[in-house]
Design a protein around this ligand. Structure first.
Ligand SMILES: [Zn+2]
Ligand SMILES: [Zn+2]
Length: 102
């Protein structure tokens, strides 16, 4: 079930008390959805989000919003988790999120 902000529990990261990328828990943590724009709500509602330290892993130049390769890896992790959790095939995933990232 999604909370009032539209977030279902993360299916990518079971423990969201630390940064998904660097593992640190002593910095400000942000929630990040690998899929933006019109897919952002769907990403949240399916638990396809992770927790990242605000800087550098979320907003830094080598973070999710600064480095396209990092975001691509996060999208692949989200796809893997969604296919496993929801029993989706690759075709199911593409129908929902537009593209195969694996
Ligand atoms: Zn981090
Ligand atoms: Zn973000």
């Amino acid at each position: 079930m999604a909370d009032r902000n539209g977030y279902a529990p993360s299916i990518i990261q079971t423990d969201t008390s630390f940064c998904y990328l660097c593992g640190r828990r002593d910095r400000k943590l942000d929630r990040h959805e690998p899929f933006g724009g019109p897919l952002r709500q769907k990403s949240k509602a399916h638990g396809m989000w992770v927790v990242l330290c605000h800087h550098p892993c979320h907003e830094g130049s080598e973070g999710a919003h600064g480095d396209p390769a990092v975001n691509r890896d996060l999208r692949a992790a989200a796809q893997r988790a969604a296919m496993k959790t929801y029993g989706w095939t690759t075709a199911d995933f593409i129908r929902e999120f537009g593209k195969n990232y694996l």
